[in-house]
Design a protein around this ligand. Structure first.
Ligand SMILES: [Zn+2]
Ligand SMILES: [Zn+2]
Length: 360
C-alpha cells in the first residue's frame, strides 16, 4: 500500500524570514473543516520522528515534558485565518493604527525609513488552525518544498540557512497528504490522516505481531536459549535473551564470543556459527513500536541498519527510500523510530530466525 493515496488537507505557515513581523509568530497547521464530515471529527495525527512510541529514544530531552504525538480534531468553531486586505502606509510599523489595534492581526513588512506594507489576516471559520511549536524562532516550514506565509510552494533554498528563497512551484499544492513529512528546524513530523491510519496497523495489532514472533521461540545456536525481541532498547545488553543479527547473513542469535576475531588490519569481524559468513558488525534488535511509522502488519523480519529497529519489509523499504534533511544542505534516509542515519550500502537487513524448532 502507498502512504500517498488518501485524503489531503491544507497546510499553511508563516514565513518570517526577510520581514519584520509584528504578530506573535508560530508555526501553524491550518485544515479546512470540510475535509471530514460525518465521522468522529479526527483529521489525523502528527508524529515526531525519533521517538519510538515513547518506548525508547536517543534524544536526551526528558520525554514527559514533550509530546511526541499530536491528534488533530475538528474544533467546534473554526479558528482559521485567511489573508485579508493589503495596504501601504507611510509610517513606521510600530505606529500604524492597524498594528496598534490589538483586535486585528497584521503582518508588516518595512522598507525605507517609514514605508510599511500591512497585510491583515482575518478569521476564517471554515478552517481550523493548530499551533505546532511554541518556540520563538521558527523560521519556516518545509514539506521538502518550502511553504510561504500565503501557502505558496517554493523549491528548497540552496542551503537551509540561505536568505535567498528557491523558485516558486505554482503547479504544486500545499495540501498535506497522508505520509507528508514536515521539517521544523530539524525536528521531523509525519502527518498521517485518519483515513491512512485506519489502513495501517493499530498499536494492538503490532503488539500481536511481535507476540507471534516471540511465540515462535527463536533460539540462539550457541547459548541454546530462547531469544525475545524487546519493545525497548536496553543499554544493559548482557541479557542472554537479547537478540542480535549478523549484518551480512541475517542470522539472529544471542550475544556470544564464538567467531569473534580481528582481521589482518585490526578491524573486528564476526563469523556466523550457522553459515560461517563474516560480518563486520552484529546489531542489537529492538521492536519498532510506534505503529504510525509502519505501513503494514506484515511479518516482522527486517531491521534497519545500523540501529536494529524491527519492522516489515514494506516499512523498511519505504523509509530507506525517503531522504530527510540532514545538516544545512544534505539529505539522507533515517530510521523513523530513532532518526539514526541509515547505512548507504545496506540500509536494512533481512532477519533469519532459528524458530519454531519445537512445533512438531
Ligand atoms: Zn549466518
Ligand atoms: Zn532505529
Amino acid at each position: 500500500m502507498s502512504l500517498h493515496d488518501h485524503d489531503s488537507v491544507s497546510l499553511d505557515s508563516r514565513d518570517i524570514e526577510n520581514s519584520h513581523v509584528d504578530v506573535n509568530d508560530k508555526a501553524e497547521i491550518i485544515l479546512p473543516s470540510s475535509v471530514i464530515d460525518d465521522d468522529d471529527g479526527k483529521y489525523g495525527e502528527l508524529i515526531l520522528l525519533g521517538y519510538n512510541g515513547s518506548q525508547d529514544s536517543k534524544m536526551s530531552v526528558p520525554l514527559k515534558r514533550h509530546r511526541t504525538k499530536m491528534i488533530l480534531i475538528r474544533r467546534k468553531q473554526g479558528n482559521g485565518i485567511k489573508k485579508g486586505s493589503v495596504s501601504q502606509v507611510n509610517v513606521a510599523a510600530k505606529d500604524a493604527p492597524a498594528v496598534l489595534d490589538s483586535s486585528r492581526h497584521v503582518v508588516s513588512y518595512s522598507y525605507g525609513k517609514h514605508q510599511t506594507v500591512l497585510v491583515e489576516y482575518i478569521l476564517d471559520p471554515n478552517k481550523d488552525m493548530f499551533q505546532e511549536l511554541d518556540e520563538d524562532d521558527v523560521p519556516s516550514l518545509y514539506v521538502w518544498r518550502e511553504v510561504s506565509v500565503d501557502g505558496d510552494v517554493y523549491t528548497l533554498r540552496e542551503t537551509r540557512s540561505s536568505n535567498a528563497r528557491g523558485a516558486m512551484v505554482p503547479e504544486e499544492t500545499n495540501m498535506l497528504q497522508d505520509g507528508t513529512l514536515i521539517d521544523l528546524c530539524g525536528a521531523t513530523l509525519l502527518w498521517r490522516t485518519a483515513d491512512g491510519l485506519a489502513k495501517s496497523p493499530s498499536a494492538n495489532e503490532l503488539e500481536m505481531a511481535l507476540d507471534r514472533l516471540n511465540a515462535g521461540k527463536p533460539q540462539c545456536p550457541v547459548n541454546l536459549n530462547t531469544l525475545i525481541i524487546p519493545k525497548k532498547r536496553s543499554n544493559n545488553s548482557t541479557s542472554s535473551r537479547q537478540p542480535y543479527v549478523y549484518l551480512n547473513c541475517g542470522h539472529v542469535q544471542g550475544k556470544h564470543d564464538w567467531g569473534f576475531h580481528s582481521t589482518l588490519n585490526g578491524l573486528p569481524t564476526f563469523k556466523c556459527p550457522i553459515c560461517l559468513a563474516e560480518s563486520e558488525r552484529v546489531i542489537q534488535l529492538t521492536m519498532g513500536m510506534e505503529s504510525s511509522f509502519h505501513l503494514d502488519s506484515g511479518s516482522l523480519d527486517y531491521a534497519f541498519n545500523p540501529c536494529g529497529h524491527v519492522a516489515s519489509f514494506s516499512t523498511v523499504r519505504y523509509w530507506s527510500r525517503i531522504p530527510l534533511p540532514h545538516g544545512t544542505n544534505s539529505f539522507h534516509p533515517v530510521c523513523p523510530f530513532c532518526t539514526t542515519l541509515l547505512a548507504t550500502e545496506k540500509p536494512f537487513v533481512r532477519l533469519i530466525f532459528q524458530d519454531h524448532l519445537f512445533d512438531n
